[in-house]
Write a protein that binds this ligand. Structure first.
Ligand code: VAH
Length: 320
């Protein structure tokens, strides 16, 4: 039985669906902060869970006989800068709760997402290698760097099989992205369809490592199913797929909406993006567990429009 925290988030929504397809719906317990009454039947089993409540987490693990936890609940980079100590506490204490419960109840595996936010000025605007110096400039990035070390600690001291990926910016259509710096690449699709234009909070030439959600979910399942002895990396694995700038993404959107226009008005998220690499070197993931991305910018843009155009066509028609 698999428990997922942050199940209503951008990654959680897709990961729960993918895990349920593989293991069966009843084998995947979705949890998040939302009240269970609001959850439609086909998305159950669902439990309201505050990941800072270790007793609640532990009783779910015991009640359901949980054997794996995917811990996705966290505050992302931009939102974290608005309340640094709150973000640190949520991101770190929740991870420690998960690691402790997993250790005490001898769970088979734990997944915890790291991020390219662990990188900073030493690789800013360049390609970050797997063994780059980690010098994060955001609280979120600091919590991801510390989290990678804690995961290694529980693996080395208690034999816990905890696995982790440094996700790039993730683009998806099924759940809104929340509070990230890379989330312009999600919002732009919705605004392009809604009003044909988008004001971007990053400068046009800000290249960032990105990935389509289908690739990110597959990478997660492939990492979790890889033979343990193949995984030599002490920290989280770099995984890469795309690297593009807002200007390049706007050109890709114009293939679908020719008169789409973009304007630029950089805000404080620009300084976060400036501290991150333009791309990552994922040779180690390709070697250790055969990582291979499938979606390039064209394929991603097409899939996003295939799923979002009908949604906006109906709603625009409805408002006609
Ligand atoms: C954020 N989307 O922007 C997340 C991610 C690589 C960025 O960690 O905070």
């Amino acid at each position: 039985v698999i428990l997922v925290t942050g199940a209503r988030g951008q990654i959680g929504t897709e990961l729960v669906a993918a895990l349920r397809k593989v293991y069966g719906r009843k084998q995947v317990i979705a949890t998040d902060l939302h009240d269970a009454a609001a959850i439609p039947d086909q998305q159950r089993p669902y439990h309201q869970l505050n990941v800072l409540d270790k007793d609640d987490l532990e009783s779910l693990v015991v009640t359901y006989g949980v054997t794996q936890i995917y811990h996705l609940a966290a505050t992302l980079s931009a939102k974290g800068e608005e309340a640094p100590l709150k973000a640190w506490h949520l991101n770190m204490q929740s991870l420690l709760n998960i690691l402790e419960v997993a250790k005490d109840h001898k769970l088979d595996k734990v997944f915890w997402p790291s991020s390219i936010a662990v990188f900073g000025p030493s690789t800013a605007r360049k390609i970050s290698p797997q063994d780059a110096l980690l010098d994060p400039q955001t609280v979120y990035g600091i919590s991801k760097e510390a989290g990678e070390q804690w995961c290694a600690y529980y693996r080395e001291h208690y034999g816990l099989d905890v696995r982790s990926l440094r996700y790039p910016g993730l683009i998806s259509y099924s759940a809104p992205a929340g509070g990230g710096t890379t989330d312009y690449a999600v919002a732009i699709f919705h605004e392009a369809l809604q009003n044909g234009s988008y004001e971007c909070y990053l400068n046009p030439d800000t290249a960032l490592p990105m990935m389509y959600m289908d690739d990110a979910v597959r990478a997660t399942l492939e990492l979790m199913n890889a033979p343990k002895e193949a995984l030599k990396e002490r920290g989280a694995y770099n995984i890469g797929a795309l690297s593009f700038t807002p200007a390049e993404l706007a050109i890709a959107l114009k293939m679908h909406i020719p008169d789409f226009t973009i304007s630029y008005n950089a805000d404080k998220r620009q300084s976060i993006a400036n501290s991150w690499p333009a791309g990552v070197d994922d040779a180690v993931a390709r070697h250790d567990w055969n990582w291979q991305p499938e979606y390039d910018l064209t394929a991603m843009t097409k899939d996003m429009f295939d799923h979002l155009e009908p949604v906006y066509k109906n709603s625009n028609a409805a408002t006609m």
